[in-house]
Every structure is written in C-alpha cells, then in structure tokens.
Write a protein that binds this ligand. Sequence first.
Ligand code: ADP
Ligand code: RBF
Ligand code: MG
Length: 396
Amino acid sequence: MHLPQVVRCVAESHGAVLTAEAAELALGMRPLEAWAAVAAALGIERSAQELFDQSEPLLRDRWHEAPLLPGVARLVAHLRAVGLPMALATSTSRATLGRKLASKAEMREAFAEACCGDEVARGKPAPDCFVQLAARLGVDPADCLVIEDAPAGVNAAGAAGMRVVAVPSMLQKGGKPSAQYPAPTPGAAAGCVALLPSLLEFRPEEYGLPPFQDRIGETIPLHPLIHLRGTVVKGFGRGSRELGIPTANVDADSLRTALAEAVTGIFGGWCSVGDSPAVYKTALSIGWNPVYGNAEKTCEPWILHDFGEAADFCGAEIRLVICAYIRPEANFESLQALIDRIHRDGEVVQEALEDERYLQHAKDPFLLPSAQHPAPAGEPVQRADGGPTEAADGSA
Ligand code: ADP
Ligand code: RBF
Ligand code: MG
C-alpha cells in the first residue's frame, strides 16, 4: 500500500470514505496537521495522533520505495549539472525524509540544504521553511523559484516572497486541479507564476535557466519508467466507433499504483496482451479525456498494430512499459482535430521508439505474460514504482 491507499484504509476503518477534497487538504502538511485536517473534513472523531499512530507502522518501512514523480529526477539532475543551488522544503520529519531518500543518493546529493517539518515553528502554509532555507543559502527570497505540488506549499512559498510553479500531484474528479490553488500570474514577482499539468511541462528557459537537451525525437524519456499491468475492460465504446482509433482500456483498480495515480498525459511505450509475449509499440493517454470530460481517470493504449476486425482483448491481461512522454492531455475544437492529433502521436511513437534507448525496453521481462514471468505466478508483482508515494518528494 502506498500513502493514498493507507490514508483511505485508515479512514475506512473509522467508517469514513476518503474524498479527493479531503485527501488534498492533507497534501504538503505536517503529518499531525494533515491527519487533523482529514479527520475534520470526514467527521472522524479520533485524535490526529491516534490516526498517525495507526498509519505510520503501515508506511514506516516502505518510504524508501516511494517513487519520484515523473520529471523530478530529470529536473534535479539538470539544475545540478548547471550549478544551480537547490534546497528541499518538506513537511516530512527529518527521520522520515532520511527513510524516503535512503535509496536515492542522487536526490540526497543534489540538495545543499533541507528544512523538515519538525525543524520549524509553523508548518506549511506558513512560510517558515522557505524563509529559513533562503537564509541558510544566503539568497534573497525574490531570487528563488519554488516547485510545489500542494496548495499549502504554494501558499507558503508565496508568503515567503518567492515565485512558485505549482504542479498538482493530486487532481479532483474530472482531472481538474482544485480551487485551493491560487490562480497563476505569469511574470509576477512573488506567488504562483504557473500551474503545470506535470513537471515534464516545466521549461527552464522560461525562468532564465538553460533548456533541457534530453529529447528523443519529439518525446521526453521517462526515468523511472512506468510499469502497468491490468485487465482490458470495456470503455465508452467510442474509440473505434467515433474516432476509428481502438484503445484497450486498462481496468481502474490497476491504475492505483503510486506512479499511475499521480500521472496524466499522452505517452509512448511497449505493450503486450494476453498469453502472447509479442511486444508492440503503443501510444496511450492517461487521464480524463478533456474532449469528453470523463469523471474517472482512464488509461487507454492504442496498440500500433493491425490485429484485424475480429480482435477482442476484453478480459485479457495487458502489460505496459511506458518510457516516453509526448504531451499533456488537451481539449480540441473538433473530433477531427483530436483524431489528427492522435494519429500524429502514433507517428511520434513509431519514430522515437526506434531509438536504441527506447528499443532496449521492448525486452523488459515485465512484458512477459504473468504465467511466464520470473516472479511466481499469482503473486502480486511489487516493483519500486508500486511503492508508497508522497508528493512532497517533488517539492523543492
Ligand atoms: P472501448 O470503448 O470499449 O475501449 P474501443 O472502441 O476503444 O472500445 O475498442 C477497444 C477494443 O478494440 C479493445 O478492447 C480491443 O479488444 C480491440 N482492439 C483491436 N485492435 C486494437 C488496437 N490496435 N489497439 C487497442 N485495442 C484494439
Ligand atoms: N482525449 C482527449 O480528450 N484529449 C487528448 O489530448 C487525447 N489524446 C489522446 C492520445 C492518444 C495517443 C490516445 C490513444 C487517446 C487520446 N485521447 C485524448 C483519448 C480519446 O479521447 C479516447 O481514447 C477516446 O475517447 C475513446 O475512449
Ligand atoms: Mg477504448
């Protein structure tokens, strides 16, 4: 179980159902304040300490498995390479931060300073941690740029007089960021200057920093990769019918992995289906299909192969190794514009995946049918990217 699942389970054990709104209230806050907010929002009559004591043992030994959100490792490595001083402002305690970074040397080494939740008088949304870090680095808050995923953190950094790029890691029904995020004002001297759908959309050159140079064709390589395994389910019945583009929708439960839960966008990768180990290039969307305004998140792989009219994967196992980011989900004026863009995504994937850096992933053993997998059949495959996540990992 990763963090959102643990919070959901603890809430359920007290007869409450965790809502997206309540989950977001807790985002970026110190653990006790987070639990107090969740308990108040859901009417759970337990102390924050009691709830924390219930959740912590479920998480404690698993923090090191928390995957970095897409784009975090890339951005941190890039800014480090160009010599930009970086600091980490987190609501996590010093002890938990140590656990979270235990297997992430590249993150431990990248940050000159860290300020933890148990080292300040007031947690986010108070500005304390950001003010303290600017002082320790000897820089003017006005010269700092903060990347934050939580409303509490965006407000904290703004109150410290810093510019903030908000990258929500938790979205509300329909895939919208909640109203808790301040509206961005591009070019403002302090406060929220941008609200991005993913850190993969961050362009350093817009902030006077050297641009990324890691594109492969028209894609950005993902590190870590996203591994997804699930069952093909019936979708809305419109992929083939309305768009002429069939998508083998992945069941909703299988999307509840730490990474898949935090990710939206249009991607490319390798896919295999059913009992066959044959691997195909695939273009897929993960999100809410803004053109249709879906209430629930879907993952829709369009396998770039002609299986013929009669093909039906419904109920079959589907395995995805997602390695390339293409673009954010978008709304389009017309269905034809959506169709044209998806065909273009297909071409982008066809071309980019010929690169050796992507071709190697076609041999990922994850793509073997479960029955033939090196892991014992029937046992859930627990990978690094199926572990707990806390979005504070993405805040700097
Ligand atoms: P739904 O809305 O139920 O997902 P679609 O119209 O998107 O229906 O069609 C999806 C189905 O089409 C898949 O479940 C699969 O059985 C079949 N299919 C045939 N060819 C492909 C392909 N190249 N990629 C994905 N699915 C395909
Ligand atoms: N839906 C959107 O609303 N906006 C998009 O930008 C979008 N891009 C997609 C890209 C690819 C490669 C695929 C396979 C699907 C995309 N879709 C998008 C989802 C599409 O609307 C969906 O598959 C159909 O509505 C069938 O459910
Ligand atoms: Mg479909």
